[in-house]
Design a protein around this ligand. Structure first.
Ligand SMILES: [Zn+2]
Length: 243
């Protein structure tokens, strides 16, 4: 019986390895510095003020956490460094919402939703890592939505890894240890699935696959030579933590 299960798992393992390699190759084609420049060139325009107003109008009034602790506000303020690295400082609307789940998501390329639980369990640097992943989604937004519409699980998983790569590169750029992303993902997994949340295996690679991909991206960063986290601009900017 155990053998049968193992045999059935082999194609899935092979597919996961293929996806990891494919996405790694997308990065390895360039030096980290070149890849950063590529992102700078390919960055989509931020949502227009008109669109932002329209998106705001669709948001529910309930559920937003209005009273944040000083520690929460400090963590939110630390996001300036990652937002700035992608030209998104002052662009996103950051909302902390009440939920027992640890989740962070980017809605309509404009609203950065952070659950209070996520804010509580992540360190400032881990929060930066997960938000950098969410920003990564902007670069593959149209393709990701198409994969979702078409039910293309493989494509979704490869795009998730791409966003992990963007996040890790971003962390290096702002002087944060690249392994911080995996640490944050592990915390989410332990917390959410320990609480009985449904897994996201349809759209997301497993944690071991993401950790492995993260290690490979770390190696790629180290080989980057001229690339160094020279822009160590990871000091909190007094942005007046958003509500
Ligand atoms: Zn994602």
């Amino acid at each position: 019986m155990r053998l049968l299960i193992l045999v059935a798992a082999i194609p899935l393992l092979a597919e996961a390895a293929d996806i990891n390699r494919e996405v790694l190759d997308q990065f390895r084609e360039y030096t980290p510095e070149e890849f950063g420049q590529l992102l700078d060139r390919q960055r989509p325009a931020a949502v227009t003020p008109q669109l932002a107003t329209a998106i705001r109008a669709t948001l529910p009034n309930e559920g937003e956490v209005m009273r944040l602790t000083a520690a929460d506000r400090q963590k939110i303020a630390s996001l300036s460094a990652v937002l700035r690295a992608h030209g998104r400082e002052g662009v996103y609307l950051v909302k902390v919402v009440d939920s027992t789940q640890a989740r962070i998501g980017l809605h309509a390329r404009f609203v950065l939703l952070v659950t209070r639980t996520a804010l509580r369990i992540l360190s400032a640097e881990q929060l930066q890592a997960v938000v950098a992943h969410e920003i990564g989604h902007e670069y593959v937004w149209v393709d990701y939505e198409a994969a979702r519409t078409n039910g293309n699980s493989r494509r979704l998983r490869s795009q998730e890894l791409f966003c992990d790569g963007v996040a890790i590169l971003t962390l290096a750029r702002i002087g944060v240890e690249p392994g911080t992303l995996t640490d944050a993902l592990r915390l989410f997994e332990v917390f959410n699935y320990g609480n009985g949340a449904a897994t996201e295996s349809y759209s997301h690679p497993t944690l071991p696959d993401r950790a492995d991909f993260g290690r490979q991206i770390g190696k790629w960063l180290n080989r980057g030579g001229s690339f160094a986290p020279a822009q160590a601009n990871n000091k909190p900017v007094n942005q007046g933590g958003k509500k």
